[in-house]
Every structure is written in C-alpha cells, then in structure tokens.
Ligand binder design. Structure first.
Ligand code: C2E
Ligand code: MG
Ligand code: MG
Length: 775
C-alpha cells in the first residue's frame, strides 16, 4: 500500500468521508470487500503532520463498519507494516488476543461516550509493547465513525510493573512461608503482566550422588491453555550445569532468547514445546550477592510464549529486578527461619531449649487430653557436673554437656523430644504408655552418662539421676508433670545418685513439698485480693528513648506489689497468680487508670505528647467493654487515645487469634496504639503478623543480650527491624544493658530503645525530676 499521507500532505482541509448511517451493528470482523462511504480514510490524519505526531508521541486512528484507518505513527505502533487502512483485523494482527477480545466490542459499538483501553502488541522488531487507545467524543454528524488517538505507554507500564512487582514481592516477603510460594506468585505476576504463556523456576540442587543438577521446582500457566505436555516434560527433566538451555544459562550467568524452540536443536524439550504450541522464550539466571559479598545463583527463571516474540527491550532490566527481589526474599526467609530456629534451640547442645521444650510439652498435654493418649516425661540431672566444671574449667563443662546431649539424642526413641532445661538439666518427652520401655530408656540414659568423656586428653566421668512422670497419672500440665519428674529425680539424688525411678504419690518428700508450695500460693492469692484495697500496688515507669532525637519517647508502666512485711513481689510472680485467681482484670483496670493519671501529671509538668505503654494480660482482652472503658479513661484525663499503647504478647494473640484480632481492631478504630511485646519469643506466623492491626513491635530482650558478641542475635535484631520497616511499624528494642549493645542497635538502624543502660524502671517522682527542668 502506498503512503497516502505523503501524497495528501498538502491538502488544505482534508475531512473524514461522510458516514453512511448503518441500521445494524455487526459485531464481527467479517471482511467485506465492498467499501462504503462511512469508512474513514487515512487521509483524514493529514491534519496533524506526521512529524508532529511522532514528536508528541501519539498516532491517530478512526474506525467505521469494520474499516480501520491509521496514521503512519499509529501504524508503526500497531506494527501494521505501513498498511494505513483496511479491514479491522488487518491493522490489529499483532494485538494480544485477550486484549483484542476486549477491544473489538468497543470499536464495533456506535460512537458515543469516550473510552480508553490499554492493550499489548507483540511487535516483530521491538517485542511486547503497551499501547493506550483513547476514543474521542463522537461527532454527532458521523455517529458511526469512531476516532481517537493511540500512544505507546510501554515505558510507563514497565515502570508501573516494576513498582508493582517490587511491592508484591515485599508483600510475599512477609506473607510467604516458603520461597516456593513467593516464586510461584512472581511467575504468575510476570506471565500476566507481560503476556507469557508458561513460566517456571529451576532450582539448583544436588542429586543423590551429590552432583549438582537443575530441576523444575515451580511452573505456572494460565488455566485456559493446555500445557500438560510441556509441563510434564519440564518436571521430569534434570539438567546438569551447562546442559541444555537452562543449564547453559545457569552456568554462564547470562540471559538468553529462544526465537523458535520447535526448531532449535539445542532445546531439549523441543517436541513437548511443539505439542504445547510454545515457540519463543526468555531464560535468565536468578543471581544475588549476599551480605558477605559472595555471589549466589540459586536457579533460573524461564518464560515462554506461543507467539514468535522478539527480544523484549525491557526484560533484561526486569530480570535484574526480579532476580534481586527474589534473592532478597530468599535471604529474608532464611533469616526468619534462623530466627525461629535459634529461638527454639539451645545454643550449646542443639537440643530444644527450655522455652521450646515447655511449648512442645504443653502442646503434647493438650493433644493427649483431647485424644485420650498417654505419655511419659523424663527429667535428667547430671551428677557431679559442678565439680567437673570447677576443676577443669568451662570448656570441659561445655564438652560434657555437648557430648551428653549427643548421646541423649542418639538413644531417644522415635517420636521423642529431647531438651536442655538449663545448666546440667535435661528432659526427654516419651510418647506411648509402655512403662517397661520407659524404664529401659532411663537405663540407657544412665549408662550413656557413665560412659567416660574425653576433654583434652583427660577422661571425665560422671553419672545421671533420672526421674519419670506419667501423663495423666502424675500431672496434666507441664508444671505438674515437670514437678513430679523432678521429685522422682530428687529422690534418686538423695538415695546416692546414679539411678532412675518413676514418680510415686507416696513419696513423702514430694508430697510435703507440693503441699508447701500450694499453701504458699494460696496465701499469696488471698493477699493479692487485699492488695488492691490496701493500696499495696504501685507503678514504676521505665523510659523509652528515641535515638534519633535523643528525647524521651514515652514510658512503659510496670506494676509492683509491696506486701505489708515490706517484701517486693515481682510482676513475673504475681501476674500469673492474679490470672489464676481471676484478679487480673481488676489489676489491669487499676494499672491503666494509674498509668493515665501519671501521664496526665507528666503533661501538666510540661512533658507533652508522651506515650505510656501498658501491659495487657489475656483475660483483659476477652472483654467487649475494654475499648469503651479505656476511652472513658483517656477522656477523663484529657489524653488522646493514641497516647496509650497496649502491650500484648505473641502468645496472647496466638491463643485465640480471631477473637483477639477483633478486639484489637476495635481498639485501633478507637485510636489506641497496640504493641506486640517480647517479639521473637513466640512463633506466630508472619502472615498473621501482617494481618494484625499493630503500631509497634518490641524486640524481646533475649536477642539483645548477645548483641556485639553473637552474630546470630544481631541478624535477628536486624531482621526484626527490617520487618518492622516493611510493615510500617515502630520497633522498640528492649533490654539494652551495655554501651556495646546500644552501639549495635544503632548500627542496625534501631530508633527506639528501652533498657537499664539508659534508665531503670522508676517511680513517677523520679521521672519528673529527671526529665523536667525546674521552673
Ligand atoms: P515486659 O513487658 O517485657 O517488661 C519489661 C521487663 O524488662 C520489665 O521487668 C523491666 O524491668 C525489664 N527490663 C527493662 N530493661 C531491662 C534491661 O536492660 N535488662 C533486663 N534484664 N531487664 C530489663 P518487670 O518489671 O519485672 O516486668 C516483667 C514482666 O511482667 C513484664 O515484661 C510484663 O510481661 C509483666 N508485667 C509488668 N507489669 C504488668 C502489668 O501491669 N500488667 C500485666 N499484665 N503484666 C505486667
Ligand atoms: Mg511490656
Ligand atoms: Mg517485653
């Protein structure tokens, strides 16, 4: 077709041909050879000189009755090879089918309201391009004629796409439980946004012989296409580095295009690609550099299309973005897994630590209760450990603990959990109800302890005392079972050590001890009832600092109980008791009221806009009236609800996530702030964390202890700070005791700090003295 614009470029007033009113709309693309006068002519576009169009970045189009006219710029956008007018589908040959299906009804409709549609064109020279077609308001004189402009918005789309992918990946980073699910989401996102028909991730792994190989771990394609042949062939294939296209891309680290797989002899899955109608593809490595500067290449991503696509100009850049973000995801997940692992494992021996062992024991009790199962608990204490430690030093002590832990792990029957409860105390959770088997295991434990251990050429010998308790006979909760097993062990110790026995109710020592503890607790619970009336409770405030400004950010209100005899009972002791005695709600109400009154005093003294953190216990959170009560309280003291931050622990949330989240939502709606206390200790799912209406995370102080000494603690703190940033949360690092720890917190980007180094919990008067300047 000749170029009519060239010829008609000098027309003074070119006009669209007058339309022929059509009575029936034919929503098909039937080619009609007979032309009618309603059809637009490309000459019309001569009104705008092509050079001006090109400079302004748009082309023009017009359509009537299945006849499409394009200006030269528009024809170039649609890759119409200079065909400036002709039947509709001639001009739109390269539009992606899904987009064409949405476009046609619009073009075939009578002109009327303006519209806009973005569509993808697979250009033979430029790969995938994005066009934006805009229909202008109809000319009442020519109601069958639609006309408008078309722009190339590829760059804009790419920028949006990269931003969206970046955002989505950050979302996956928090929401994904595995790299696999994150990758699958990425593959799907890329296929959908770039119009690929099949995408997959090949991961580098080792085969049973220890040799490296690449295997297709994840693939995705739109459900309407049958890709079973290609999917199956990909899943079955294993490629060595350097082998096949995937292997070569992994080895070279360079991205590659395949123009036509069906005819590419180097393409191993040629036949199945043909069967699944796949033709062109783009394969690129996932690479990243870790914090220590080393390069990683965990796998390869590949995308295929049923069209013969051309190299996509933006893909190299996109592949870099995807690779980097996936790598970041992988690193974060690894760190999260490390956080979880480290928080459950005893650093010295690798066994479950005390807290995790309690959790496992608690879960086992609940399950056994529900299913009517039985199990045993073994409490093990090493005899003569202290003398070894004293005589041969810490290293020798550590060798003994590590060696014994290994032996314990090795002899533990299948399904058993071994833990170190602290010092030289170990425990073994034994499934089943076979007392004979329990006794035999106890005997093996005893013998394992007696086998000499070598430390720097010195033979160390020790023994073990082992007590066993049974669920449900000797207890139904972790403390009861541990107490019983501990009693049985204690009896062995008293009878000369190096032995094992079951707990017996008739053990006079155990009974007396149990009764004694019970009486003490009863007495304390009674006293606690009176404590509120006798005003024995009082608050201390521990300052929280903002490191950026160096100023006081707020305080944490910590309750204290001084008994009439002057004894100060720590909250760790009386709060659990208050929960058991159903006093916690009353105490919580008193604490919140006092904290608000204290905050009002601070405001009056010129310390304005501070925040007071108040710890909440589980039963307080199960009351529907809580938000209204707290609102009344803040109102009474002239405080903004946001000045009150309620601290909850992960465990509290995990007990009843649905109910607690609902109350949290109402508190947030009322304007209160919510902090997750002791974060990192529990094991809440990160996806749940994302859903919680939180403002603040408080890093548990057990991770702060090792800062400056233990790299894994630093990795944990850094990860939690990162996580807070991703989720838009404030992060308070608790328990900073030394200047070295503070330095590391700052280096990790920590802004809010609480700890003995900066200030201990103190009475309100002292706080006022320290932070207000006398008038
Ligand atoms: P928490 O909420 O994690 O409070 C922080 C605890 O860490 C406080 O102990 C505080 O004195 C201590 N702490 C602060 N900085 C440092 C530090 O640098 N090093 C060390 N080793 N410790 C530091 P406290 O006051 O004994 O409170 C213990 C726990 O009792 C609190 O832990 C909280 O769970 C609970 N609690 C305290 N007051 C209340 C209350 O009013 N209601 C409820 N439900 N629980 C409370
Ligand atoms: Mg707290
Ligand atoms: Mg805390």
């Amino acid at each position: 077709m000749s170029d009519p614009i060239q010829k008609s470029g000098h027309l003074a007033h070119p006009v669209m041909p007058p339309p022929t009113p059509s009575r029936t709309q034919v929503p098909t693309l039937a080619r009609t050879s007979a032309r009618t006068s309603a059809r637009p002519s490309a000459r019309a576009f001569a009104r705008t000189p092509p050079a001006l169009e090109a400079a302004a970045g748009f082309g023009q189009w017009a359509h009537a009755e299945g006849w499409l006219s394009l200006s030269p710029q528009a024809a170039a956008f649609f890759d119409a090879q200079g065909r400036l007018e002709g039947p509709l589908d001639d001009g739109l040959t390269h539009v992606v089918m899904d987009d064409l299906v949405r476009l046609l009804p619009r073009l075939m409709a009578r002109a009327g309201q303006p519209w806009q549609q973005d569509l993808r064109v697979i250009s033979r020279t430029q790969g995938l391009r994005w066009l934006r077609m805009t229909a202008l308001p109809a000319d009442p004189e020519q109601p069958d004629l639609q006309q408008g402009i078309v722009q190339d918005v590829t760059e804009l789309k790419h920028a949006q796409m990269r931003e969206r992918l970046g955002f989505e990946l950050t979302e996956f980073l928090v929401g994904s439980h595995s790299l696999g699910s994150a990758i699958l989401n990425v593959i799907q996102g890329v296929c959908n946004s770039l119009g690929w028909d099949w995408g997959a991730y090949w991961a580098l792994e080792t085969d049973p012989a220890g040799q490296p190989q690449l295997a297709c771990h994840q693939f995705w394609h739109p459900s309407e296409h049958d890709m079973s042949a290609f999917s199956q062939a990909s899943q079955q294939l294993r490629l060595r580095p350097g082998e096949g296209l995937v292997g070569r891309v992994w080895q070279s680290g360079a991205a590659t295009w395949v123009e036509d797989m069906a005819t590419d002899p180097g393409f191993v899955r040629r036949a199945s690609a043909r069967a699944s109608h796949l033709r062109s593809g783009y394969i690129f490595p996932v690479t990243f550099q870790s914090g220590d500067g080393s390069d990683h290449r965990p796998g390869v991503l590949e995308f295929y299309s049923s069209l013969a696509r051309q190299p996509d100009a933006q893909l190299p850049q996109l592949s870099g973005t995807i690779g980097a973000l996936l790598a970041q995801t992988a690193q974060k997940l690894e760190q999260q897994a490390t956080v979880l692992h480290l928080s459950q494992v005893d650093g010295l021996t690798g066994l479950a630590n005390r807290r995790h062992f309690y959790e496992v024991l608690g879960a086992t009790c609940r399950q056994a209760e529900a299913l009517g199962h039985k199990f045993g608990l073994m409490f093990i204490d090493l005899d003569r450990f202290k003398p070894i430690n004293d005589a041969f030093g810490h290293d020798a002590g550590n060798t003994v603990l590590r060696e014994f832990a290994q032996r314990l792990q090795a002899l533990a029957p299948p399904g058993a959990t071994a833990g170190r409860l602290g010092g030289d105390e170990f425990a073994l959770l034994l499934p089943g109800a076979d007392l004979q088997a329990f006794a035999e295991t106890a005997e093996r434990v005893r013998l394992a302890a007696r086998r000499p251990m070598l430390h720097e050429g010195v033979e160390l010998s020790l023994s073990a005392s082992v007590g066993i308790s049974l669920f449900p006979e000797n207890g139904r909760t972790p403390p009861e079972l541990l107490r019983s097993a501990d009693d049985a062990m204690y009896r062995i110790k008293q009878n000369g050590r190096d032995g094992s026995d079951f707990f017996s109710q008739t053990n006079p020592h155990a009974l007396a001890e149990q009764q004694n503890t019970l009486m003490q607790r009863l007495k304390m619970a009674q006293d606690l009832h009176l404590a509120l009336q006798r005003q024995e409770l009082f608050l201390h405030h521990q300052p929280i600092f903002d490191q950026t400004s160096g100023r006081l950010h707020g305080t944490e209100a910590l309750v204290r109980w001084r008994r009439p005899d002057g004894q100060l009972v720590p909250p760790d002791v009386f709060i659990p008791l208050a929960e058991e005695a159903h006093l916690i709600v009353q105490i919580g109400q008193w604490v919140a009221a006092q904290a608000c009154a204290d905050l009002a005093t601070l405001e009056a003294a010129g310390l304005q806009g501070l925040r007071v953190h108040v710890n909440m216990a589980s039963p307080e959170f199960h009351r529907d009236t809580l938000p209204d009560e707290l609102l009344a309280l803040t109102r009474r003291h002239g405080l903004a609800p946001a000045q009150l931050s309620l601290e909850l622990t992960e465990t509290l949330v995990m007990e009843q996530p649905a109910q607690v989240t609902a109350v949290m939502g109402r508190l947030r709606a009322a304007g209160f702030e919510i902090s997750l206390d002791d974060f990192g200790q529990g094991h809440s799912a990160l996806s749940l964390l994302k859903q919680l209406p939180l403002n603040t995370l408080k890093v548990d102080r057990c991770f702060v202890r090792g800062l400056g000494e233990d790299v894994s603690d630093e990795a944990i703190v850094r990860t939690i700070l990162d996580l807070g940033r991703h989720l838009g949360l404030r992060v308070i690092v608790e328990g900073v005791e030394t200047a070295a720890q503070l330095k590391r917190v700052r280096a990790c980007g920590g802004q809010f700090v609480q700890g003995y180094l900066l200030a201990r919990p103190m009475p309100l008067g002292e706080l006022l003295q320290r932070f207000t300047t006398p008038a």
